[in-house]
Design a protein around this ligand. Structure first.
Ligand code: PHB
Length: 397
């Protein structure tokens, strides 16, 4: 059977937070759009993802009518602890640069956005698999997809946006000779757990130890999220609760006697990561935003924040194009978005290499890393650099 054919202004491939936020903003301006998402709502809502939102991202949720629960169910954090040599050093964002971040997991952001799209009559099609994006260089780029019943469809749009994440098909649809894949791999991954326990600390602890990195994060009063550096090939089944707690504890041990609060562990995952940037973030009339165009290691907590920053720039460009007939924003989108992307890549890389340990490192490297950490925490300017990058550079108005 021939596919059904529909027309829209903006066709969005990927209904995660980036795609839904863009759709929400466009609809508010009366710019017609359709979102196609492979997974179902439940799967995305239940996939645990990182939890730190910059002020700019929080504003996008609270000031555009999303009705987000970020401020009622999230937690405002005024700083983080950098812990090394068994000693904690607080980086006080509020005091240093008068900024804060919010602990509010990405899957909750998704739930809020999906609810707002539903409330506003948005066209978001879950469980629909995009099989091809084509005709990028024409005035009518197209999305081909298959719905959950096997029906074939085609969407003809004026502009196509790829927000289909790091595994999505959009960026791979750019001919290889027209894009540069910049990436590096890391020789480690994160072992992540969710535990039913009270918080071990009021704010996040990023810990460096001779046994490797650990991150003590939270979800709420009853559930905590923690990670420890592991081998990318680590098998979660080889880790029982006792072994996990012992490993986490030895990475935060110190003369202050800090003890993690333990509880039953109900999720164990190994998260592999790498740093990646697709350049440019555009091919003809297709634009990439969020993880579809770049991925960062989780150490800087930048993933979703960077995606929202892309969306902000792309939305302004699309608004100027569809409402004022001005395509300068679209022409400049990739360059403008990439400026922030590379800053965030640098910050995420810096935090990652400073806090993790390498199996093959000689003693010089471990001691140099401690020198670096000491340089940061012993300088108001070092701390302020970290604070500025972590809480996020301002979005342009
Ligand atoms: C999380 O809470 O899942 C989290 C927080 C900060 C990070 C990464 C993950 O840098």
């Amino acid at each position: 059977m021939a596919p059904t054919i529909e027309k829209t202004k903006v066709g969005i491939v990927g209904g995660g937070p980036a795609g839904l936020m863009l759709s929400h903003l466009l609809s508010q301006q009366g710019i017609e759009n359709i979102v196609i998402e492979k997974r179902d709502h439940e799967t995305i809502a239940n996939t645990h993802r990182a939890g730190i939102l910059e002020t700019g991202a929080v504003k996008m949720l609270t000031e555009t009518g999303v009705d987000s629960r970020v401020k009622t169910h999230g937690y405002e954090h005024e700083g983080i602890d950098l812990r090394f040599g068994g000693v904690s050093h607080r980086i006080n964002f509020k005091e240093l640069i008068d900024a804060t971040v919010w602990l509010y997991p990405q899957n909750e952001v998704f739930v809020d956005l999906a609810a707002a799209r539903k409330r506003d009559g948005g066209d978001v099609r879950f469980s629909c698999e995009v099989t091809e994006v084509l005709d990028h260089l024409t005035d009518t780029p197209k999305i081909r997809y298959t719905d959950s019943e096997g029906g074939e469809h085609e969407i003809h749009c004026d502009v196509l946006v790829g927000t289909d994440g790091s595994q999505g098909i959009c960026k791979w649809s750019i001919p290889q000779e027209k894009r540069t894949d910049n990436f590096i791999e890391y020789p480690f991954a994160w072992f992540g757990i969710l535990t039913e326990a009270p918080p071990s600390a009021p704010e996040l602890i990023y810990a460096n130890s001779p046994h490797g990195f650990a991150l003590i994060s939270q979800r709420n009063e009853d559930v905590q999220r923690m990670y420890f550096q592991c081998d990318p090939e680590e098998n979660v089944d080889e880790w029982d609760e006792e072994r996990i707690w012992a490993e986490l504890q030895r990475r935060v041990d110190g003369p202050d006697g800090f003890q993690l609060k333990r509880g039953p562990i109900f999720e164990k995952v190994v998260l592999k990561f790498r740093s990646y940037v697709c350049e440019p973030m555009r091919y003809g009339n297709m634009f990439l935003a969020g993880d579809a165009g770049h991925t960062v290691p989780p150490t800087g907590a930048k993933g979703l924040n960077l995606a929202f920053a892309d969306v902000r720039v792309l939305f302004d460009a699309l608004k100027a194009y569809f409402i004022d007939g001005n395509n300068e924003g679209l022409e400049g989108y990739s360059e403008k978005a990439l400026k922030r992307v590379w800053k965030a890549q640098n910050f995420s890389f810096w935090m990652t290499q400073m806090l993790h340990t390498r199996k093959d490192a000689n003693p010089f490297e471990a001691k140099r890393a401690l020198g670096e950490l000491n340089t940061v925490v012993s300088s108001k300017y070092g701390q302020a650099y970290l604070a500025e990058s972590y809480t996020g550079w301002p979005h342009e108005d």
